[in-house]
Write a protein that binds this ligand. Sequence first.
Ligand SMILES: Cc1ncc(COP(=O)(O)O)c(C=O)c1O
Length: 362
Amino acid sequence: VTAAPETRTPVKPWIARMPLGMPPPTPPEAVAQLHLNECPVPPSPKVVAAVAEAAARGNRYPDARAARLSRALADRAGVPADRVVVGNGSDEILRLLAAVTLGPGDSAVMPTPTFPTYRVSTTALGAEAIAVPLTPDGANDVPAMLAAVRSDTRALFVCQPNNPSGTPVPPAMLERLVAETPEHVLLVVDEAYYEFNVADGAPEVLGLLARRRAPWAVARTFSKAYGMAGLRVGYAIVGETALAEALLKVKQAFNVSSMAQAAALAALEDEAYATSVVEACRRERERLVEGLRRMQYRPLPSAANFVSFDYGRPCGPLIAELASKGVMIRDWRDPAWETWVRITIGSAAETDAVLAALEAAR
Ligand SMILES: Cc1ncc(COP(=O)(O)O)c(C=O)c1O
């Protein structure tokens, strides 16, 4: 970690202290892009056509409320449309949820290691991030997270399944979480990998949350199963209209471009595409897991489009060696877990490439 540059700007001290963590770029010569949990295939042709059509009307501002898309998502989820808010990726949704609940003097409970946005948005708002280590098999540790809640806690972030481990919270623990997260805390369930988790037989968190009498929100995305990471559409389904309204108050007016809105609507009309992505991903995940096991690694049980395992020694040199061959994979970006590697599920050719590169690096 390098020292923060001196500044005369009145940057908030808690922001000056934050590390600068940017997602790594993808080199143009990469043969396997398995470091960003992207979808290996382009979006549905119907999505691409919808984007082109919307681009032709790009002189007009997009619908600030994303009303058509919100309604389509609400209908699918079986909730009223005024409880759905669309964002510039689910990353924005998570930041908005933090923005409306957290400030100096507040705290938020979250797992560690996990998706960095919970910590980044909490700290950027001057609130305290209470990070609770994962269970040994990589799941969010629900009893420990519940025990970490304080009277100043305003939000509890659950990553279901967790990135970078891939492990989902077991159903009984989810029930506990929904029942026992105190009423003064917004329970945020980040379901970025929802479509993969459900295909693996996970219960619908939304069904459980519908019975919760205290605040809750679910965050989902078109980035993964719909292959739209570069188009930037995510959404929140929330427990009460007042929370949706709070998110609308603080979001940028035109946060989701007209191309992104049209893309998401087209994607919802081509569910067969997402289903085929999820099925292909599950097949390749199985192949990757088997290949890793043949090399005596023990991958964690993943319900997402990536797999993690303990390499047994610091994985920096391995990642650099694979990168030199154009095979991009990722570490867990946490010094406490420097031996852990995460590999996104890609195409069959990418599975072959990463297995061959790992074998050669042994
Ligand atoms: C757990 C989790 N949440 C949220 C996101 C954000 O996704 P997006 O902003 O593309 O919707 C990601 C992306 O990798 C993620 O892994």
